[in-house]
Design a binder for this molecule. Structure first.
Ligand code: MN
Length: 286
C-alpha cells in the first residue's frame, strides 16, 4: 500500500493516482494532529482490513487536488547512517572520519525531527556565506512497531514501510567544524516523502533502488543491495541503544554522487518502488 498524509494531516491511501481519505475509519483523528500519525503507524496492522474496505467504498480524490504533507511529520527519532556505501566513503575520504563498516562500529547519528519538511515545500538554505551545502538522496525506513533489542532476523517484521529523504548537509571546512547534528538539522533539511510504500509491496529492502538528479543531471544511482550495513542490521543495532518507536525514521545512508546545491536548483529523487520527490532550492527569509 502507498500511505500518504495530505491537507490538514489526513491519512490517505494512494491508488491509481487517487487519494482515498482514511480518516473516517480512524477514531480519534483530529485535523493537524501529527502525533496521531505515529499512533496510526503503530496500529497499521490491525487497521489494514478497514483501510482496504475504504478503497472499495470511496471514489477518492485526484492526487493533484490535494496538498501532500510529509508522511511522517513528527517521528520521535530521526536516525541516519553515515558512510554506508563504499563508493560514498571513497568520495568523502579526508573530509570525514569513520570506523570500519560493521553494524557494531558504523553507528548512527540523529537529526532534529523539526528538520523534516513536506514534499511540496522548498529547501530553504540558511545564510551561511562560503559554506558548501549538499544534498544526499537516501531511502528511509519507517519503523512500525516498538523495537527493543531486536535481532537482525526479526527486524524487518517491525518495519512499516519505506520512503525517500534528502539528508541536507552543511559541509565542514578547514576552520568550521561544527557538530554534525547542527549542520544537518536546519529547517527543511530533511524533506521526506512523497508517501510511504508499506512492506506488503516491499518485502526485502535490498530490492529498492534510488536515483537522484540535480537540474536534470543524474548524480546518484544506487541499490540498497550495496549497503555496507544492511537495513536489518541498522535497525537491530539501534534497537540495542534505545527503544525504537512506531513512526521513527532511519535514513539508510547516501550513495556516492552527493551534489552541492544553490538557490534556484531543482533536485529530484526517484525510487520505482516508492515514487518521486522533487524539490526547489531557495533561500530562507528568517
Ligand atoms: Mn546522509
Amino acid at each position: 500500500m502507498r500511505i500518504a498524509v495530505f491537507d490538514d494531516y489526513r491519512l490517505g491511501l494512494l491508488n491509481d493516482d487517487r487519494i482515498h481519505d482514511l480518516t473516517p475509519v480512524l477514531p480519534g483523528w483530529r485535523p493537524g494532529d501529527t502525533q496521531f500519525i505515529n499512533e496510526f503507524i503503530g496500529s497499521f496492522g490491525v487497521l489494514r482490513p478497514a483501510i482496504q474496505r475504504i478503497v472499495e467504498h470511496s471514489a477518492g480524490l485526484p492526487l493533484e487536488q490535494v496538498v501532500l504533507r510529509t508522511p511522517v511529520p513528527t517521528p520521535q527519532h530521526l536516525l541516519a547512517a553515515p558512510l554506508n556505501y563504499q563508493a560514498h566513503r571513497d568520495e568523502m575520504q579526508g573530509s570525514l572520519t569513520a570506523g570500519p563498516g560493521t553494524a557494531d562500529t558504523l553507528g548512527f547519528f540523529l537529526k532534529a525531527p523539526a528538520s523534516i519538511s513536506d514534499p511540496s515545500a522548498p529547501i530553504e538554505l540558511p545564510n551561511l556565506p562560503n559554506r558548501r551545502i549538499d544534498f544526499e538522496a537516501e531511502i528511509a525506513v519507517v519503523v512500525g512497531k516498538h523495537m527493543r533489542a531486536v535481532s537482525p532476523e526479526d527486524a524487518l517484521r517491525h518495519v512499516y514501510g519505506y520512503t525517500i529523504i534528502f539528508d541536507m548537509t552543511v559541509r565542514m571546512n578547514e576552520t568550521e567544524r561544527e557538530e554534525r547534528t547542527m549542520r544537518k538539522s536546519y529547517s527543511s533539511f530533511s524533506p521526506l516523502g512523497p508517501w510511504v510504500t508499506t512492506t506488503d509491496e516491499i518485502s526485502d529492502p535490498r530490492d529498492l533502488t534510488l536515483k537522484a538528479w540535480r537540474n536534470g543531471d543524474l548524480l546518484q544511482d544506487a541499490s540498497l543491495n550495496d549497503l555496507i550495513v544492511s537495513v536489518p542490521e541498522l535497525l537491530s543495532r539501534a534497537s540495542r541503544v534505545f527503544e525504537l518507536k512506531p513512526g521513527d525514521v532511519y535514513a539508510t545512508g547516501s550513495p556516492a554522487g552527493v551534489g552541492q546545491v544553490a538557490p534556484g536548483d531543482t533536485i529530484l529523487a526517484e525510487s520505482p518502488q516508492i515514487g518521486r520527490l522533487e524539490l526547489q532550492v531557495s533561500v530562507r527569509d528568517w
